[in-house]
Design a protein around this ligand. Structure first.
Ligand code: ARG
Ligand code: ZN
Length: 881
C-alpha cells in the first residue's frame, strides 16, 4: 500500500486531464508470483493542449518491465518512473499515439485485496476506487472512459475459467498446458470498473429475455460443488433485471452477465461492467446455512450491483467527490426494489433503523462529512453510511418533493442526457429542475452540508378560533470545519388525527407551503396555522421518515400512546411506540445512575403485548416493534456522558418488565407461530420466524427459559431459528451448561463452513459483559479464525467493537487496548479493513470521562505507530481532531 503522503484532494481542484485513453488493450499472463501485464493504450491529447504537455500516469507499487512510446522503446531520458508514477516527459507530436507498458505483479502476496489478488487460488480483481493503478500505469480516474479488450492467458489446470468485462470474443489453446480467452467490452468505462477472474469455479447458468426480446446468458460462479447455493442469488438477479425494466425503463445491454463469488473481499460486492464480483457471503445461501437476514441481504446486494449498470456504469462519476451520484442513487433503487418485493412498511422501518444506527453517529461525530464531500485524503474512507444511506435519503426526498411522476421524468431525462458521461451532482439536480420546473437550489444543501438537522416542534389548539398551530424551528448542529450552517429545505410529511383515529381535515393553511401532506420547511422558524380544526388533533410527524432529521417534540405521552395505536402511517405508528420505549429507557438509565431500581408504566408493557397479539399487523412489523432500541441507539439519544453498563441495565430491566407483563400472550403466540409448512425464504414466512424468535428472547427471561431455548435450538429446521436460539442461550444464559453445550454442538456441525462459523464468532463476540474481551481474544486463536480474511475479522473483531457496548467499553480500558493492538495487526495486511474497524471509536467523546480518557489513549497508541497507511492515519487523526 502507498504510504501516507499527507496529500489532501480538493473538489475545487478538479480539472480534466490533458490526455484521454479512448482504447485499452490488456494482456495478462497469469502466475501467482509473477503475472505479466501488457497494456497497449491508445492515448489522445485533448484539443488545445500543447504537444509538450507531459503525460503523468498513476501507479501504486508497480514494477515496470518494458515501455514503448509509439512503437519505439522509450529512451530513459524521455520518461520518469517510480513505483507510484510514470511520466512521459515528451509525448509524441501526433495527437493520437500508442503506449505499451509491461508490468509484473505478485497476486499471491497481495493481502490488501486491491488490484489483482488471489482468493482461495482464484485470481480476481478489485479496482474501485484506485486499484487499477496496482495493475498497470494509467490515468486511474473515473472521467477517463476507455473501450477495453482483454486477453487472459493461464495454465488450463490452474484456471480453466477465464472471465473479464463485456462479451466473450475468442478462446483457444496455447500449448504447454496454457490457454487463453479474449473479452471485449464495447461500452467505454472507467478503470475502476475493470475486472478479471481466473480459476477453477463451478457455474450456475440461466438466461433472461429483456424488454426488447434479447436473450442474456447469466452465470453465477462459485467454489465447485456450491452451485446449488447460488439459486437464490440467481432468482434475485432475474427479478432485479425485470424490476429495473418496469420501474425505470432500464434494459441490460451486453450478451452476458456474470457474477463471481470470492471468499476474500473487502466489502459487499462490486459492480464491474458485466462481471460483478461478490463477497461469497452475499451469494451463497440455503435454509441450512443462511438466515432470513442473509437472504434479504443477498437480494438487496444482487439488485444493488445490477442496478449500477445504469447508475454508475453507463453514467459514472466525474471524480470521487461525486461518489454519492452512483451510490446514494443506487441504494435508493435497491431500497425501492426490496420494498416492492417484500413489505414496504417493514422495509422502511428497517432502513431507518440502519440509518440511525450507522449514519446518525457518523454525522454527529468527528468523521462527519457532507453527502458530497469537498476534501479527502483517502477516498476508500468515504464509502460511508453518509454517502450511501443518507445519499439515498436525499434522492428519496427529491421524489417526495417532486411527486412520483415528475421524479420518473427527471430520471428518464438523466439517462437520456447523461448516458456515456462522467457526471456530477449538479448534473443530477439539474435534470429534476428541468423536468419539474422547480428550484432545487436550497434543497441541494443536503448534498453540501454535513450534520443531521433538528426540528423543534410544538403545537397548540385554539378551540374558539378553530385553529391548530404547529411551531417548527430548524437548526443544523456544527460539524468539523463547518461551524456555521445555512437553512435547509426539509420536506416534513405529517398527518392530523382525530380522536377516533380518522384523518382530520382543515379548511386552510398558512405559514408554510403545504402540499400533499408535506410541510416544506425552508426558514428558520415557521408558524403553520391550520384553520377549521374544531377539536385538538394528535399530530403525526415525519411520516414515512420523509426527511433524515431528528425531532424534538413537545408531545404528551397520551398522544404518543394514541399514535402508537392509531397512526395510519405504519412507519409513524412504529416510531411512536419506539419513542415511548426510548423515553422509558432513558428515564431508567437516569434512575440506575441515581442508584434506584427503574419502574416501567404498566400501560407501556401492556401495549407491547397488545402489539404482539394484534393480528391486523404483519408479523415482521410486530417483530420490529418489539425489538427494543439497541444499547448504541440509546447511547446516541442520550448523547453525552455515556455509561454503557447503566444503559445495559436499563435495557435488561425493560425487557424483563415486558416479559413479565405478557407471559401468556407471548407463550400462546410463540406456539401458534411454529412453522409447519416447508421452509421458504419469502418475506411473510421470514416475518413469522422473526416474530417467534423475538418472543423466544422474551420468554427465555422467564423460569424455564433456558430449556425452552434449548428445545428451539434442537428442533430448528433452518439457520434463522437455530442461530436465534443460540444467541438467546449465549446472551441470556451466558456461561450456563445449556449455552456451552449449544455453542459446542454448533461448532461441531459447522466447523468446516467458514460463513456459518462467522455467525458463531459473531454471537460470542456480542455476549455482553466484562468477560467479552477475553473470549474474543481467545477466539482469535481458533482454527476457523484468520486475521487476513475480512469476513472473519468483521465477524469477531468488528462485532465486538461495534456491537458489544459493555464488552468493548469495559471500564478499565482493556477492550480498547485489545482493539488497538488488533487494528494494527490487521493494518499490516489490509489497511482498508483496519481503517474501517478503527471507526468503531468515532463516538468516543460522548463517553463518561473515565472511558473517554482510555479510548483516547488507545487512539493515540494507533496514531503513534510507525509507517501507518494513509487509510488508517486519516481515520485516526480525524477521530482525534
Ligand atoms: N461500488 C461498490 C458498491 O457499492 C463498493 C466498492 C467499495 N470500494 C472500496 N474501495 N471501498 O457496490
Ligand atoms: Zn454501490
Amino acid at each position: 500500500m502507498r504510504t501516507d503522503t499527507g496529500q489532501v484532494f480538493k473538489l475545487e481542484d478538479y480539472r480534466p486531464n490533458d490526455y484521454l485513453i479512448p482504447q485499452t488493450d490488456l494482456t495478462f499472463r497469469l502466475s501467482p508470483d509473477a503475472t505479466r501485464v501488457t497494456a497497449v493504450l491508445t492515448v489522445e491529447r485533448r484539443d488545445g493542449v500543447s504537444a509538450s504537455a507531459p503525460l503523468v500516469l498513476d501507479g501504486d507499487g508497480l514494477t515496470l518491465k518494458r515501455i514503448e512510446i509509439g512503437d519505439k522503446k522509450a529512451k530513459p531520458a524521455d520518461i520518469l518512473v517510480t513505483s507510484d508514477q510514470l511520466t512521459i516527459l515528451k509525448p509524441p507530436a501526433a495527437r493520437r499515439f500508442q503506449l505499451l507498458i509491461e508490468t509484473e505483479l505478485a497476486p499471491a502476496g497481495n493481502e490488501a485485496l486491491m488490484g489483482l489478488y488471489r482468493s482461495s487460488n482464484v485470481y480476481c480483481t478489485q479496482c474501485e476506487a484506485e486499484g487499477f493503478r496496482r495493475i498497470t500505469y494509467f490515468l486511474d480516474r473515473p472521467d477517463i472512459l476507455s473501450v477495453y479488450t482483454v486477453r487472459i492467458e493461464a495454465l488450463r489446470e490452474e484456471a480453466p475459467l477465464l472471465l473479464s468485462n463485456g462479451n466473450p470474443v475468442d478462446k483457444g489453446d496455447l500449448g504447454d498446458g496454457w490457454h487463453y480467452a479474449r473479452w471485449h467490452d464495447p461500452f467505454p468505462k472507467s478503470s475502476y470498473l475493470f475486472a478479471l477472474v481466473a480459476g477453477n469455479l463451478g457455474q450456475l447458468a440461466d438466461s433472461f429475455v429483456t424488454l426488447s426480446g434479447r436473450t442474456v446468458e447469466l452465470g453465477i460462479y462459485v467454489e465447485p460443488g456450491k452451485e446449488k447455493l447460488a439459486g437464490y442469488a440467481m432468482d434475485a438477479l432475474k427479478r432485479s433485471m425485470k424490476w429495473d425494466e418496469e420501474a425505470f425503463g432500464r434494459e441490460y445491454d451486453l450478451d452476458v452477465f456474470n457474477i463471481v463469488a470470492v471468499s476474500d473481499f473487502n466489502m459487499g460486492a462490486m459492480e464491474n461492467k458485466g462481471l460483478n464480483i461478490f463477497n461469497d457471503k452475499y451469494v451463497l445461501a440455503d435454509q441450512e446455512t443462511a438466515t432470513d437476514a442473509d437472504f434479504a441481504n443477498i437480494e438487496a446486494i444482487i439488485a444493488h450491483e445490477y442496478f449500477h449498470n445504469w447508475t454508475g456504469n453507463r453514467i459514472t462519476c466525474r471524480d470521487w467527490f461525486q461518489l454519492c451520484l452512483k451510490e446514494g442513487l443506487t441504494v435508493f433503487r435497491d431500497h425501492e426494489f426490496s420494498a416492492d418485493q417484500r413489505s414496504r412498511a417493514v422495509k422502511r422501518i428497517a432502513e431507518v433503523r440502519t440509518l440511525r444506527a450507522h449514519q446518525f453517529p457518523e454525522d454527529q461525530g468527528p468523521l462527519a462529512h457532507p453527502v458530497r464531500p469537498r476534501r479527502y485524503r483517502e477516498i476508500n474512507n468515504f464509502y460511508t453510511a453518509t454517502v450511501y444511506e443518507k445519499g439515498s435519503e436525499v434522492v428519496r426526498m427529491i421524489r417526495t418533493i417532486l411527486g412520483a411522476d415528475a421524479f420518473r421524468a427527471g430520471m428518464d431525462l438523466y439517462f437520456e442526457r447523461h448516458d456515456g458521461d462522467a457526471a456530477t451532482i449538479e448534473d443530477f439536480i439539474k435534470v429534476f429542475e428541468d423536468a419539474s420546473g422547480r428550484d432545487l437550489s436550497q434543497f441541494a444543501l443536503w448534498y453540501h452540508q454535513a450534520g443531521t438537522p433538528n426540528l423543534t416542534i410544538s403545537s397548540t389548539h385554539n378551540p374558539a378560533s378553530q385553529e391548530f398551530m404547529l411551531e417548527i424551528e430548524q437548526s443544523v448542529p456544527p460539524t468539523p470545519s463547518e461551524s456555521r450552517k445555512r437553512l435547509m429545505h426539509i420536506p416534513l410529511a405529517f398527518g392530523l388525527i382525530g380522536a377516533g383515529g380518522q384523518p382530520v381535515d382543515y379548511s386552510g393553511v398558512e405559514g408554510a407551503s403545504v402540499e400533499d401532506g408535506v410541510i416544506h420547511v425552508r426558514k428558520r422558524r415557521h408558524m403553520v396555522r391550520f384553520s377549521g380544526v374544531a377539536e385538538r388533533p394528535a399530530v403525526s410527524l415525519n411520516r414515512g421518515f420523509s426527511a433524515p432529521v431528528t425531532l424534538s417534540v413537545e408531545q404528551k405521552a397520551d398522544d404518543q400512546f394514541f399514535l402508537a395505536r392509531h397512526d395510519s402511517d405504519a412507519f409513524s405508528r412504529w416510531q411512536a411506540f419506539n419513542t415511548l420505549l426510548t423515553d422509558a429507557l432513558i428515564a431508567a438509565f437516569r434512575e440506575i445512575l441515581g442508584g434506584k431500581q427503574p419502574v416501567f408504566a404498566a400501560r407501556l408493557t401492556e401495549l407491547a403485548g397488545g402489539i404482539a397479539g394484534d393480528e391486523t399487523l404483519e408479523p415482521a412489523y410486530r417483530a420490529l416493534a418489539l425489538a427494543l432500541p439497541g444499547e448504541a441507539d440509546i447511547a446516541r439519544d442520550i448523547g453525552r456522558n455515556i455509561d454503557p453498563d447503566a444503559i445495559y441495565a436499563a435495557r435488561e430491566a425493560l425487557a424483563l418488565a415486558i416479559a413479565t407483563a405478557n407471559p401468556d400472550i407471548f407463550a400462546g403466540l410463540y406456539d401458534r407461530l411454529a412453522d409447519k409448512a416447508a421452509f421458504s425464504p419469502d418475506a411473510a414466512s421470514a416475518g413469522r420466524r422473526a416474530l417467534r424468535n423475538t418472543l423466544l428472547d422474551y420468554l427465555s427471561l422467564q423460569p424455564g427459559g433456558a430449556a425452552l431455548a434449548v428445545r428451539h435450538f434442537q428442533s430448528a429446521t433452518n439457520m434463522t431459528d437455530r442461530a436465534a436460539a443460540l444467541a438467546v442461550l449465549a446472551y441470556r444464559h451466558h456461561g450456563s451448561p445449556e449455552a456451552i453445550q449449544a455453542l459446542a454442538a454448533f461448532e461441531t456441525t459447522y466447523g468446516s463452513d467458514p460463513l456459518v462459523m462467522d455467525k458463531w464468532f459473531q454471537i460470542q463476540a456480542s455476549v455482553p459483559g466484562p468477560q467479552a474481551v477475553d473470549t474474543v481474544r481467545a477466539l482469535t486463536a481458533h482454527p476457523a479464525f484468520s486475521m487476513s480474511n475480512p469476513n472473519r475479522v468483521r465477524s469477531l473483531i468488528g462485532t465486538f467493537s461495534s456491537a458489544n457496548q459493555t464488552g468493548f467499553h469495559r471500564a478499565d480500558g482493556e477492550g480498547y487496548r485489545f482493539f488497538s493492538q488488533t487494528v494494527l495487526a490487521v493494518e499490516t495486511r489490509n489497511p482498508q479493513l483496519a481503517a474501517r474497524l478503527a471507526t468503531a471509536l468515532r463516538s468516543w467523546r460522548s463517553l463518561e470521562p473515565g472511558r473517554q480518557a482510555k479510548a483516547r489513549e488507545a487512539l493515540l497508541s494507533i496514531a503513534k505507530a510507525e509507517n501507518l497507511s494513509a487509510d488508517l492515519r486519516d481515520i485516526v487523526e480525524r477521530t482525534l481532531a
